[in-house]
Design a protein around this ligand. Structure first.
Ligand SMILES: Cc1cc2nc3c(=O)[nH]c(=O)nc-3n(C[C@H](O)[C@H](O)[C@H](O)COP(=O)(O)O)c2cc1C
Length: 381
């Protein structure tokens, strides 16, 4: 393989290094994957304005997200089973984010636990909460996140039940993987992945295993997770969570103007315009298509962030120009992780930062604070 210049290069390498069932888990959307594809392709419909003969020296991408200083407005998204893309994946990604100077968000459904990640980081990370039916478990998770020094809670609102991703069913996805001949073959032809996985004992959902009531072995863990997502979750629960947590709160999974207004009413610190990376409601709009309307409706009351489809620094810049105070990347960092471990996550961040910096300059801007709709030539949303 030649030099790694863009996120798609990391994706190609990850495909070669990660067993098929886990690569597919990252590279999938629900049903026809139309929203997954639109998340990426809608960015290409936004055209930038080329400006010339303006001073382009002394540039900076630094800004803040929910009051925290960031090297660029790009956090790592919470992603489940990250420790299956690469052994100890969450710990490696958190270290890469910390060294780079951007936030890392740990998923409830991670392989490495809150405590595992806290043990290898010095700065606070963010914790993503799925609200389970077992509210004692939820209270316990929140307490663990607080004890670990997490500086924000990211409440995911768009997964009261799981969107169907055909690839995962076809692959019989599980963590740890089932040891059928098909799965054994998929792993055996990825010896580097196997070798790293044999060096760690972190191979199951460590935020849950040993913490939730009656989850003592793998089969009870599987049945517990299958029935625990709460279909009755409502705005009243957001109030309850806000009280339990008492710190900075980000509501993730807002794609509709009415929901954005409700979220702003809760007094949360930020919302993430998101459709879960096209993994939940197939046929919904892309995140970037909904961003301008949501910013118009609530941008003066609450910080608006965006995720979904960001594959370059240009995409980040377009989102910022359309009003996002911050963005998140899911697959780009997962591909980096699967391709090269911690160094691959760093590479993904470096690629995005460099693209953003050069694009910002060619649009005639030197600081992120000056980036607004004036850098956009046209957009169709
Ligand atoms: C493999 C994978 C696992 C995910 N797991 C979670 C999760 O556990 N919690 C959550 O809130 N979002 C989860 N998401 C959604 C991401 O947080 C984020 O919304 C999405 O990945 C952004 O789109 P992008 O991958 O195109 O950047 C997951 C996404 C992927 C790709």
């Amino acid at each position: 393989m030649g030099p790694i210049l863009e996120i798609s290069d990391l994706k190609k390498l990850a495909r070669k290094r990660v067993p098929k069932l886990f690569f597919d888990y990252a590279d999938s959307g629900s049903y026809t994957e139309s929203t997954y594809r639109a998340n990426e392709s809608d960015f290409a419909k936004i055209k930038l304005r080329q400006r010339v003969l303006v001073d382009m020296s002394g540039r900076t991408l630094e800004t803040t997200m929910i009051g925290e200083k960031v090297k660029m407005p790009v956090a790592l998204s919470p992603t489940g089973l990250t420790g299956m893309q690469h052994a100890d994946g969450e710990m490696l990604a958190a270290k890469a984010a910390e060294e780079f100077g951007v936030p890392f968000t740990l998923s409830t459904m991670s392989i490495c636990s809150i405590e595992d990640v806290a043990s290898v980081t010095k700065r606070p990370f963010w914790f993503q909460l799925y609200v389970m039916r077992d509210r004692d478990f939820v209270v316990n998770l929140i307490e663990r996140a607080r004890a670990a020094g997490c500086s924000a809670l990211v409440l995911t609102a768009d997964l009261q039940l799981l969107g169907q991703r055909h690839k995962d069913i076809r692959n019989s996805l599980a963590a740890p993987p089932k040891l059928t001949p098909k799965h054994l073959y998929q792993m055996a032809i990825r010896p580097r992945w196997c070798w790293n996985m044999l060096q760690t004992n972190r191979r199951t959902f460590r935020n849950i295993h040993g913490h939730a009531k009656n989850v003592t072995d793998l089969s009870s863990l599987h049945s517990w997770t299958a029935e625990q997502f709460d279909p009755k979750l409502s705005w009243a629960d957001v109030e309850w969570i806000k009280k339990q947590w008492g710190g900075k709160l980000i509501i993730k999974g807002i794609l509709d103007v009415e929901d954005a207004k409700m979220a702003a009413e809760t007094g949360a610190d930020a919302i993430i315009v998101s459709n879960h990376g096209g993994r939940q409601l197939d046929g919904a709009h892309s995140s970037i298509a909904m961003l301008p309307r949501i910013v118009d409706a609530v941008g003066d009351r609450i910080e608006v962030h965006l995720d979904g489809g960001i594959r370059s620094g240009q995409d980040v810049l377009k989102a910022v120009a359309l009003g996002a105070k911050g963005t998140y990347i899911g697959r780009p960092f997962l591909y980096g992780l699967g391709a090269m471990g911690q160094a691959g996550v760093t590479k993904a961040l470096e690629i995005i930062a460099k693209e953003m910096d050069i694009t910002m300059a060619l649009c005639g801007k030197r600081q992120l604070a000056d980036v607004d709709k004036s850098i956009i030539a046209e957009y169709p949303f």
